[in-house]
Design a protein around this ligand. Structure first.
Ligand code: IMO
Ligand code: MG
Length: 443
């Protein structure tokens, strides 16, 4: 019996899709458990680039069954586009894609409302992806949502939709925007429901059977720990539980089924949308990272802000989510920098802070305390063993591992499948001289 969770430890865009694609080769099932089409997971195979928003990143491996779990908010139109797009490239999903009958539907007006609510927030806008995520989860939790099972039964949802739309129209009116036409939404739902009908199933039963039957299941997180609705930089967060804590709720597998947790973190950090970002670098180093890392949103195309690895965030992610191992991504993008900084603590109002503050305004005011590391100029794309890395890179990676107190078991040195370094059991102490970083919860 094996259930593994892959989740983001930063502010999203860590490279989860790439690792899920790799691990999917040994998995029977890949399941998304939260989020929706706000995700943009990129998988590169040879010359081909796939950007997935709702489909699990296991779809590229030919033998996996892919599940959109009950915890996801599903935009049926985006999903159909993705299914058709892959079919056009020779990847057929019939028989290996299942959608939970309990997953909530992102309705057309949820996207309109996402934009309207941002308008109403004015200068306090969150910078959402406009994919309707907040309104769809909002409807779910105020118990006014529509689920995939409802989508298949028009006689059921007509009244439900009318009530739902009535509540939203009151807000649209306030924002000076035209009301939603309930009749047209009902018509749109009818067509899309028929199209998706073959995929909708009781995926909880499928997953429970798979788990009991000893099949390998991979749970794919979207977004990242810093965007978690409880633990992230609230309110500058997404509307779901992004880490392995969300797997049981979002799939129906019991919490005890989870055997392994792999956290994904870039060797630096990026953020897109509003909210605190203490380690942002607005100088030449930030520009270097943006350019080398091609840091543009896979969903919205927005440029991502770039900065230095934030150990406060990563350590909190690792400890609260029970990380067994970390995959450190995009190490190759640091090549060419003279100096690499690593944030090991913050200073706030003259005090040393080692855990993220609850109040986003405080988090915003935090001044990072950095350790400084020597950079390297070598291209890392060809490295396949830890020892292949230049010594400066080894020292930096080791420092990141120390400060997170979690073994780094994979290092990515390029976007292609083969460009990665497995480090079984993490980097051993005796490989390179100790970097001298203290680490520790209270470091
Ligand atoms: P992946 O899975 C990076 C950010 C948005 C915004 C905030 C709320 O590709 O890592 P939402 O649309 O969810 O209500 O937006 O969260 N955000 C992401 N940032 N990667 C993502 O997903 C994100 N999904 C949402 O930019 O700041
Ligand atoms: Mg993304």
């Amino acid at each position: 019996m094996s259930v593994t969770c892959v989740f983001g430890m930063q502010w999203g865009d860590e490279g989860k899709g790439r690792i899920v694609d790799l691990l999917a080769a040994q998995s029977d099932f890949v399941v998304r458990y939260q989020g929706g089409a706000n995700a943009g997971h990129t998988v590169i195979v040879g010359e081909e680039k796939y950007v997935l928003h709702l489909l699990p990143s296991g779809v590229i491996q030919p033998t996996t069954t892919n599940i959109i779990g009950n915890g996801v908010v599903l935009d049926p139109w985006t999903l159909m586009e993705e299914i058709d797009g892959l079919a056009g490239r020779g990847i057929e999903l019939d028989g290996r894609l299942l959608i939970s009958d309990r997953a909530h539907v992102v309705l057309p007006h949820h996207k309109t409302m996402d934009a309207a609510l941002e308008t109403l927030r004015g200068t306090d806008a969150l910078g959402t992806t406009s994919r309707g995520i907040g309104p769809a989860y909002g409807d779910k939790f105020r118990r006014a949502g529509m689920r995939c099972a409802d989508m298949l039964k028009p006689e059921r949802y007509q009244e439900l939709l009318k009530a739902n739309i009535g509540a939203w129209n009151a807000i649209l009116d306030k924002a000076g925007m035209p009301p939603i036409d309930a009749v047209s939404v009902v018509d749109e739902m009818r067509a899309v429901g028929e199209r998706l009908r073959p995929y909708v199933a009781d995926t909880t039963s499928v997953l429970l059977d798979a788990w009991k039957g000893g099949r390998a299941i991979l749970a794919e997180g979207a977004q990242g720990f810093g965007l978690d609705v409880d633990h992230g930089s609230y309110p500058f967060v997404t509307s779901s539980t992004t880490g392995p804590a969300g797997v049981a709720a979002g799939t129906g597998l019991p919490p005890k089924a989870l055997q392994r947790v792999v956290g994904i973190a870039k060797a630096y950090i990026t953020r897109v949308g509003a909210g605190p970002f203490p380690t942002q670098d607005t100088g030449p180093a930030g520009t270097h990272l943006a350019e080398k890392g091609h840091e543009f949103g896979a969903t919205t195309g927005r440029p991502r802000d770039c900065g230095w690895f934030d150990a406060i965030l990563a350590r909190r992610a690792s400890f609260t989510q029970g990380c067994d191992a970390v995959a450190l991504m995009k190490l190759d993008c640091l090549s060419g920098l003279d100096e690499i900084k690593l944030c090991t603590a913050y200073e706030l109002d003259g005090k040393r802070v080692t855990a993220p503050p609850a109040y986003a305004g405080d988090w915003e005011r935090c001044v990072p305390i950095y350790e400084s590391y020597a950079g390297w100029s070598e291209d890392l794309g060809g490295a396949r063993h830890f020892e292949d890395l230049p010594e400066a890179a080894q020292i930096y990676v080791r420092a990141v591992q120390d400060v997170m107190q979690t073994p780094i078991e994979m290092i990515s040195v390029g976007a292609e499948r083969e460009r990665f370094i497995p480090v079984d059991g993490g980097i051993p102490d005796d490989v390179i001289p100790d970097s001298g970083v203290a680490g520790g919860v209270s470091a």
